[in-house]
Design a protein around this ligand. Structure first.
Ligand SMILES: [Zn+2]
Length: 332
């Protein structure tokens, strides 16, 4: 009661009126944030697609797009024998394909590439077996080969050290080094040749942390007045033009994250006609967390856009235990 008397003394008005006034203000405050606060305008078709995706039980018609499971073989690759268990299960669960990120588990075999493969890499017979097994289970195999960042499995080797964008880190390949394009195309050729049924290839290109760092790239950027985004596009388009010319029927996918800093104008001028971006985010709502403007921009530029969330892993590099709730909603 002491407190109420104190308030009464401050306002100089009857306590009852003061309390009513405060209560009305509080209710208005709550109502504003609940009902009246302007909400961002969402792109309706994209929002509807995502709602449909998020609530499959309420769909009027089944989802008819491709459903691809990413199998990342870095670090702890699957034994070949396990695919016989895995592929029928994925097929039964509704998957239409697998994205195979081989890294050093692919049996590169030319003079230039022979040291890339790990000692326990799959053999060509293994790759054929995996492809045949996928086919039997109605799964398309999409090989993923990184062509810009995340080339640690290649750049860690002494013989490719010169191709690093930054000498201390084997993460990014220098896009302007004279040997880069030939090396990447040789890798792509070997991967494509060993996947005769595949209609799609994924060229990675996510998390290119070091762009325009080396002297050669910096000089070229100055000489031709290129921004980092333009340098990125030069390399990606160099790859996709070559792939399309040699394999005109192949669809080309790539991760989208480097495009997120682009303006609409930059993307539209980027000549990205051969690329279908795969928008990825390790979160339960890929639409909301990336924001409506990104989806609007992509839908303006790309006729086809893919979406990728994560079922397991990738929540933190030092995580000892997964958050099961997070992953449940992620998977849902
Ligand atoms: Zn460089």
């Amino acid at each position: 009661m002491k407190k109420l008397y104190f308030l009464n003394a401050i306002t100089g008005k009857p306590l009852k009126i003061y309390l009513v006034f405060v209560t009305v203000l509080f209710v208005l405050f709550i109502m504003y944030f609940t009902y009246f606060k302007p909400k961002p305008v969402l792109s309706k078709p994209a929002r509807q697609i995502f709602d449909d995706y998020k609530h499959p039980v309420h769909r009027e018609s089944p989802f008819e797009g491709a459903k691809i499971v990413h199998i990342d073989l870095k670090g702890a690759p699957l034994r070949v024998s396990y695919y016989k268990t895995l592929f029928p299960l994925l097929s039964k669960l509704g998957a239409s394909g697998v994205l195979m990120e081989y890294e050093d588990m692919f049996p590169y075999n030319s003079r230039l590439l022979k040291n890339i493969s790990a000692l326990n890499a799959y053999t060509y017979e293994d790759i054929k077996y995996i492809n045949d097994l996928a086919h039997q289970n109605r799964l398309e195999v999409i090989p993923l080969l990184q062509t810009f960042g995340h080339l640690e499995f290649l750049l860690k080797l002494e013989e490719f050290r010169d191709l690093r964008e930054v000498p201390d880190y084997p993460q990014v390949i220098c896009p302007t080094h004279e040997k880069t394009m030939d090396l990447l195309m040789e890798m792509i050729d070997q991967v494509v040749d060993s996947h005769p049924r595949s209609k799609t290839i994924h060229i990675g290109a996510d998390e290119v942390y070091y762009l325009g760092f080396c002297d050669r790239c910096a000089n070229i950027m100055t000489k031709f007045n290129l921004s980092k985004n333009m340098l990125f596009l030069e390399h990606v388009n160099g790859i996709t033009r070559r792939v399309h010319k040699k394999y005109p029927d192949l669809k080309i996918l790539m991760w989208d994250d480097e495009f997120r800093s682009f303006s609409l104008k930059e993307l539209k001028n980027g000549d990205l006609r051969y690329i279908q971006p795969v928008v990825w985010k390790y979160s339960k709502d890929v639409y909301e967390e990336l924001g409506p403007s990104l989806w609007d921009m992509y839908s303006d530029v790309f006729p086809n856009v893919w979406v990728a969330s994560a079922f397991k892993g990738a929540t933190g590099i030092v995580l000892l235990q997964q958050s099961s709730g997070w992953k449940y909603f992620n998977y849902k």
